[in-house]
Design a binder for this molecule. Structure first.
Ligand SMILES: Cc1ncc(COP(=O)(O)O)c(C=O)c1O
Length: 381
């Protein structure tokens, strides 16, 4: 683990810091310098050599799989590369052995990619129970109350995209175990910034693209499936690379890989995976607990400064609830206008659910937070 007492030295690894105070990692994160170099290296090699170095790139892909396994404390073979979060949700939604009358429990305010794949099961007789939040919190008691004898799966975000509420995956997972229900986690708003150990937390399936807190590129993400559940899912979209003898093209033998690899049905996004791996390597070197502590400290500081400037903090900042996402209400201001004003001043934030969403990563600074809060305190035009 790198001992970075001075987080500002890390900024050299983030070209975005030259131009922007970037607080929008919950949307699309900038590539880290190592990720940028990985893509350049891959593109140059493909341009100069075509597939001549293919074995080296396959090795790289498997190294990244190893890093993903380390991130989750899972066996690397339990991780498949997917093109985005939605693909992972779809793998489970379409492959799960539903019976008409079954239901899925989720939170009402989930991001659409964790709602549509379940809602799309209506023609198979599967009901979706959307539990409304109480203010910024998804209440465990409300989830429990929505579960009945026909609930087969609970699907939740690690962190809710609009409110920044961090679901208690240990508690929800334990509840699911107790009731014999599967547990799916849309992890994109937490993975890379909050620790998650699937050896300890009872998560059955997980999906996350790499383009947010993992600081990877768009279109290269991770799908995790617990090994003993692989056979329970009907594999959707099987291809040449789903089978045990994938490289023996002349022998057609439909014996699927006995692990998550069966969902990597064909050619992978090697450049994107290389970028993801480079950022993941950096994050693991820093240590996810250290990254987490830094981001939570920065967001605590942001909330403190925002409150002092008369800005309302919508997110729950209880120690167990807080995350890298802070949702703010700027009184009397048009939130879109605030986002525009910040952009003009070199500060990148976004808006969700009519509120300002601020999402710093570990390389942001307290001075940048001060700049942002100064802009929020400014009267509009
Ligand atoms: C909770 C959540 N899930 C999923 C996504 C994105 O899904 P995908 O990776 O399929 O584009 C987002 C944001 O874009 C999100 O906030």
């Amino acid at each position: 683990m790198l001992l970075i007492m001075d987080w500002t030295s890390l900024r050299e690894q983030f070209p975005v810091t030259r131009r922007w105070a970037f607080f929008d990692h919950a949307a699309v994160a900038p590539l880290s310098g190592p990720a940028q170099r990985a893509v350049i290296e891959w593109a140059a090699d493909m341009a100069d050599n075509g597939d001549v170095h293919e074995p080296l790139w396959f090795r790289r892909v498997n190294e990244v799989r190893g890093l993903a396994g380390r991130l989750l404390n899972a066996d690397a073979l339990d991780v498949a590369f997917v093109k985005n979060t939605s693909e992972g949700v779809g793998i489970v939604a379409e492959g799960f052995p539903w019976r008409p009358g079954d239901n899925v429990v989720t939170a009402a305010e989930e991001y659409p990619s964790n709602l549509y794949p379940w809602l799309n099961l209506h023609d198979r007789g599967v009901e979706v129970r959307r539990v409304p939040s109480r203010g910024p919190r998804v209440d465990l008691g409300d989830l429990r109350a929505a579960i009945d004898g026909r609930t087969r799966l609970v699907s939740l975000s690690f962190v809710e995209y609009a409110s920044g509420f961090r679901n208690d995956l240990d508690a929800v997972g334990a509840l699911c175990r107790e009731r014999g229900i599967s547990f799916f986690v849309d992890a994109i708003q937490g993975l890379g910034v909050l620790p998650l150990d699937v050896g300890r937390t009872p998560v059955d399936f997980l999906s996350a693209d790499g383009h947010k807190w993992l600081l990877g590129s768009e279109g290269a993400g991770l799908f995790y499936v617990r090994r003993d559940l692989v056979e329970m899912l009907r594999p959707v979209s099987v291809g040449w690379n789903s089978v045990a003898g994938a490289w023996d093209f002349a022998t057609i033998d439909l014996r699927l890989k006995p692990h998550a690899g069966r969902w990597e049905n064909g050619t992978l996004n090697v450049g994107g995976i290389a970028a993801l791996g480079a950022s993941l390597g950096l994050l693991l070197e820093l240590g996810i607990p250290a990254v987490s502590e830094r981001v939570l400290e920065l967001t605590d500081y942001l909330c403190e400064r925002a409150l002092a400037a008369g800005v309302e903090v919508f997110s729950s900042r209880l120690p167990s609830d807080r995350s890298g996402i802070v949702s703010l209400v700027v009184p009397g201001a048009d939130v879109r206008e605030v986002v525009r004003r910040c952009r003009v001043a070199g500060v990148v934030v976004s808006q969700r659910a009519g509120r300002l969403r601020v999402s710093p990563h570990c390389y942001n600074t307290h001075e940048e937070v001060d700049r942002l809060v100064g802009l929020l305190a400014e009267p509009g035009p």
